[in-house]
Design a protein around this ligand. Sequence first.
Ligand SMILES: NC(=O)C1=CN([C@@H]2O[C@H](COP(=O)(O)OP(=O)(O)OC[C@H]3O[C@@H](n4cnc5c(N)ncnc54)[C@H](O)[C@@H]3O)[C@@H](O)[C@H]2O)C=CC1
Ligand SMILES: O=C(O)[C@H]1O[C@H](OP(=O)(O)OP(=O)(O)OC[C@H]2O[C@@H](n3ccc(=O)[nH]c3=O)[C@H](O)[C@@H]2O)[C@H](O)[C@@H](O)[C@@H]1O
Length: 431
Amino acid sequence: MHVSVVGSGYVGTTIAACFADLGHEVTSVDIDETVVDAINDGEAPIHEPGLDPLVSVYGGDQLRATTDYDAIADTDVTFLALPTPKHDDGSIDTSIMEAGAESVGEAIADKDDYHLVVVKSTVVPGTTEDTLTPILESASGKTAGEDFGVAVNPEFLREGTAVDDFMEPDKIVVGTDGDGRALDRLAEVYEPLVLQWDVPVFETGRREAEMIKYANNAFLASKVSLINDIGNICKEYGVDAYEVAEAIGLDDRIGERFLRSGVGWGGSCFPKDTAAIIQHARDAGYEPRMLEAAVEVNDRQPERLLDLLDDHVDADGERIAVLGLAFKPGTDDIRNSRAIPVIEGLRERGAEIIAYDPVAASEMAGRFPGIEYAESAAAALDGASGAVVVTDWDEFGTLDEEFDAMADPVVVDGRRIVERREGITYEGLTW
Ligand SMILES: NC(=O)C1=CN([C@@H]2O[C@H](COP(=O)(O)OP(=O)(O)OC[C@H]3O[C@@H](n4cnc5c(N)ncnc54)[C@H](O)[C@@H]3O)[C@@H](O)[C@H]2O)C=CC1
Ligand SMILES: O=C(O)[C@H]1O[C@H](OP(=O)(O)OP(=O)(O)OC[C@H]2O[C@@H](n3ccc(=O)[nH]c3=O)[C@H](O)[C@@H]2O)[C@H](O)[C@@H](O)[C@@H]1O
């Protein structure tokens, strides 16, 4: 099968390289020439474990990138993996998807054979039917469901483990409203995965598929906020929230994953997607109180971390180390990282900030050029009057005598990664 993927970011590059590895011929389309050149040169345009080896094998060969949308006409199926950012009020901005749909429509206008367009991006329920399909129809002069098909196939991969998540998924959701030709084509695309892992393929409607993606992210984000809420209660009463989480996780109905309490969730999707579905609900006249509370709890965790620091150190004029800047370990992505409100709060307190992250420091320097960045955790801690831990990089778990070089060894751990030990004043956020 010849597959095209529009957009070569975290999702687009990952799925394009994986589709090539599954045996398909792949064409990637992106407007950014540097991204296109990188792929054709065999280099992944983003930092993602396991992606470089795939792109180096297939890039420029079985996986070809181009800025020319016309290349889509020679393919059998096109996945739209374009960004869906949010407006200031939190609602989804579909303008890039609309531009992409128009270009795809124009590209298939003169194609005689059936073509399938698949919405891979996260879009609020109704977007594919009400917004994207009419654009595809008018740009192509064709009729959806007859001359070409439109399906929704949301993606559940995580940054940092994207290749493994895509290659061994828990489920594949396909929204076609029972369109047989679309289902057959998608079945062919995913056949190698389904056969290898016996992956459940969930066939549903397009709107349902769109909503499943938001429900998935909303549920996971809320699960973390709920354990943070419980963790905050635990902290008030000297209870260890991690022991509580371990025990409740043994209940199959709860499950042990996504129960790590701390400074909260960030990243490119949980904040954006919870905001978008909340706003979409409000547009329909429904106030989604659980989700609003999940966001509120999340927004407060960084300040709670700093309140704990305030209990031990007056940060004004003091050197304070920030350990971890990425929104989670394994990535250099700082989008909505909890480190951002933590740094802002420390600046408000007049602290002299020295930050460290193994891979995300240069990204954060773009956002906060005025603070100091250390080459190592040890250098950040040296002479500091306090340290806050924001990302659970493994290396922070091995820190020990590095704390002895602090002017005042106060450690406020937002991720339960530092070993509590004699000689340091240790505060866990929820334990
Ligand atoms: N990042 C993640 O882990 C996940 C993201 N998603 C969803 O997937 C979608 C894509 O997200 P990311 O891959 O993170 O985006 P991204 O921001 O990493 O990459 C988007 C790519 O699209 C390109 N682009 C922009 N406008 C274009 C146009 N008109 N034509 C062609 N290319 C264009 C950009 O140059 C960039 O390379 C979003 O809806 C997101 O919510 C879903 C699951 C996981
Ligand atoms: O739609 C998306 O983009 C993706 O969003 C998340 O993936 P991702 O944002 O890459 O990262 P996660 O591993 O889910 O972590 C999100 C945030 O939650 C935090 N988290 C996670 C788990 C936990 O127990 N506690 C906790 O605070 C992490 O530190 C991080 O800041 C989802 O897990 C993916 O399934 C989804 O495809």
